[in-house]
Design a protein around this ligand. Sequence first.
Ligand code: SF4
Ligand code: SF4
Length: 446
Amino acid sequence: MSKENIALIQQAGVVGAGGAGFPTYKKLDAKVDVVVVNGAECEPLLRVDQQLMDKEAGFLVESLTRVLEITGAARGIIALKEKYTAAVTALKRAVKETGIIHLKLLEDFYPAGDEQVLLYEATGRIVPEGGLPLHAGAVVINVETLINVGHALQGKPVTEKYVTVAGAVQNPVTFRVPLGTSVRELLDKAGPIPDKFKVVEGGPMMGSIVDNLDKPVTKTTKGLIVLPVNHSLPARKEVQWSHTLKRAKSVCCQCNKCTQICPRYLLGHRMEPHKVMRAVGQGVDGFTGDFTMAFLCCQCGACEIYGCDMGLAPNRINAELKKKLQAGGVKNPYQNSPVQAVSDREMRKIPVKRLVSRLQLDAYNVPAPLSAQPFVPTRATLLLNQHVGTPAKPVVKKGDRVTCGQIIADAPEGTLSVPVHASINGRVVSVSDREIVIENQRRWEN
Ligand code: SF4
Ligand code: SF4
């Protein structure tokens, strides 16, 4: 039965909606004793999961019950922030009769939604260095992903995405949109925006600048933050690598503050960003010693935004080093299994309110209610690699008429992959090895 359910989840194209897009069928094809639902949504301004937990509490709990059966887990924990009061109330009611599903209420700190931090908060378990929650007997699953799993088990594929549009827009809002909708169309619906602006995709901490407004929404798009062009956040994200490196070499005073607030260090991992910075500053060769700590970085950005008073970016240094190490065939040498977090971890948690101020986003830290209006884009551009693994292979051609939910690109057999489905009714106007574009039916019928 589990195998049939896993096949349904794969066929429906479910991937992690809150991260890199790892195929969920693979994640759930495991035996664990606890499943933790990640409802922390710790990136400032994003408002998807907290609203879904309120509006879809019953279905979420039902879906979690199915996931417990699939993985053989004896219990489920929904971890969310205490401040999401509407969701807490709805979920308390929904889990009441289950006996095996409980809530874990979190303080408002960053990065509560890092899956290793979340697992520690919910269960006290620490994932081994370089490991996964699975290595600590757990699956951690995002709220929206879990809802997609519930739909998949009913035979409904992933064709839509919840996206918060926030920042300098007239109406901050959370849309449910067909996959493949362009950023441009989403911004148009959120009302007037500044003449000169930048858009950050994802959260302000870990997101990146959108360089083309025709970029489509994918299965992992969670938020679009519009900011005036002179805001400090886009400027930070656009700093050239050569400049980042030069400043790291010349400015770092080894104060160690970045390490003191690093969430992975605080879990007992040997991630000490100040040592990576020291190694960079000393210009030693890039494949040994402290450089390799980069493998343990989760790219949360806390060291840059909150830790370093000198405006340095250990997170970016780590990201670049990790790429170099992997390209050089270096394997992660860190395999410890810490049993205890750092003793004063509690005191070093980063309050989100202060983080928002550091990011200069106070004015934009407002609700972004779910829109009840159905969103009908003029066209949908569906990328074939919206997931980690092998891209899906087109099974339609230019001119074909397709209906929403139909498979238009399939997962190559024997690979880590999921199919891509049409997200609107319409006609295929182009097919390449990167994407399939569908024009809305209404448009070509008129
Ligand atoms: S980004 Fe910085 S704070 Fe976050 S895990 Fe990496 S080194 Fe630590
Ligand atoms: S906080 Fe900044 S200056 Fe201090 S050690 Fe870290 S990178 Fe260097």
